[in-house]
Design a protein around this ligand. Structure first.
Ligand SMILES: Cc1cc2nc3c(=O)[nH]c(=O)nc-3n(C[C@H](O)[C@H](O)[C@H](O)COP(=O)(O)OP(=O)(O)OC[C@H]3O[C@@H](n4cnc5c(N)ncnc54)[C@H](O)[C@@H]3O)c2cc1C
Length: 354
């Protein structure tokens, strides 16, 4: 049968409309991992995904060895009906260029899911926009809440902060318009799903798809630290430009962090000046943290910094300027010179613990 271009377009749009309307509401969690170890941030995405009615499934992509190890961990997460797996040596290092084709093919198959979730991590900031481009759907990034209504008028409403957290954007989506909602989740806004016995999820293999991308993984340099991970530490002490040099930054902040078993963070000014490593930056263009305790030392409290820490449960600020904006968000403030106040405080904490 000969079909004109116009009729091909018409029939494919009919097909896609039919495919869309037959999709049942469900969610799928993309399982981020590193060398076969589950990235804990996934557990926050699972909590968000559970708010969508319908089935909850997971997809793991990696080398055969990685997939085998991660599957065992994922089986312990409650709520998954199915764990889809795709393995190939091409998927080593989780390059977005290699993973996108297999995810695209899977998500374009008959009824895989209406929502794809993962955490708003560096890896997914690379993968998810590429994937949504490949699927030709919107990218819904860094959400802090969602509500889902099932039924004929199926609709999901997402909220995400914009303008460094000064406004909240509400995004309404329907499966008619977006056959898959591609969503990353702000980890600090959702509790972690717990690892337990799991509920006997069925493991289903998905066909691997090769990539024609010329991008290759050459090497990686990691900043190894024995301190707690900044993004998930229960206590964070951050230093700002006031520390004046890398030596003073380390000399003042490290003993304070040791005394509290805290992670170290920094303002962008401290990072740009070379006092602290770029991986320590907290804020709009750095990491978003919400620890039990956040201590800002010699940090003014610019909105771009607040965007990364203002959800912390308790904020303590030490600044010599009583009008510094950081005091407007602080639960406890100390107007003092940090070079005398911090060593004194560190000694007192150590003495109290002894
Ligand atoms: C697009 C964009 C994105 C950005 N993203 C980020 C981001 O992700 N994170 C971020 O932090 N910033 C970010 N910034 C930069 C931000 O606007 C501020 O410039 C930066 O946060 C200031 O860092 P600071 O508070 O360390 O330095 P300053 O603003 O210089 O403040 C230093 C503070 O230390 C106090 N002080 C000085 N000496 C002492 C002392 N001896 N004892 C006690 N206190 C003292 C001062 O009173 C002052 O309040 C961004 C900016 C832009 C435009």
């Amino acid at each position: 049968m000969f079909l004109s271009r116009r009729s091909i377009r018409a029939s494919s749009s009919l097909l896609s409309t039919a495919a869309r309307s037959t999709r049942n509401a469900s969610s799928l969690v993309y399982i981020e991992h590193k060398d076969g170890k589950l990235n804990d941030s996934v557990l926050h995405a699972v909590t968000a995904a559970k708010q969508v009615k319908g089935d909850l499934n997971a997809i793991i992509i990696g080398t055969e060895e990685e997939v085998g190890k991660v599957t065992e961990e994922v089986k312990r997460i409650d709520g998954f009906s199915k764990i889809y797996t795709a393995s190939s040596p091409d998927y080593a290092h989780g390059l977005a260029e290699a993973i996108t084709p297999v995810l695209t093919k899977f998500l374009d198959s008959s009824n895989p899911t209406t929502h794809l979730f993962s955490a708003h991590t560096a890896v997914n900031k690379d993968l998810f926009p590429r994937l949504s481009g490949s699927l030709n759907v919107s990218m819904i990034a860094d959400i802090i809440s969602l509500s889902h209504t099932d039924g004929p008028q199926e609709e999901t409403v997402f909220k995400r902060p914009i303008y460094a957290g000064n406004a909240i954007l509400e995004i309404k989506t329907t499966k008619e318009k977006d056959r898959v909602r591609v969503v990353t989740v702000r980890t600090t806004a959702f509790d972690k799903a717990t690892l337990g016995e799991g509920n006997g999820a069925e493991v289903v293999q998905v066909e691997a798809v090769g990539s024609s991308s010329p991008t290759k993984h050459l090497s990686e340099e990691l900043t190894i630290s024995s301190r707690p991970d900044l993004s998930s530490a229960p206590r964070v002490v951050s230093g700002g430009r006031a520390l004046k040099s890398a030596e003073q930054f380390n000399g003042v902040m490290e003993p304070l962090a040791d005394s509290l078993s805290a992670a170290i963070g920094a303002s962008r000014a401290a990072v740009d000046a070379g006092y602290a490593d770029n991986s320590l930056q907290v804020g709009q263009t750095g990491k978003v943290v919400a620890p039990e305790l956040y201590m800002a030392v010699g940090i003014s409290g610019a909105i771009q910094h607040l965007a990364g820490m203002k959800e912390s449960k308790m904020i303590v600020a030490i600044n010599k300027d009583p009008d510094a904006p950081i005091f407007q968000v602080a639960d406890h403030g100390l107007v003092a010179d940090l070079f005398t106040a911090v060593p004194e405080l560190t000694e007192k904490i150590k003495a109290a613990k002894a």
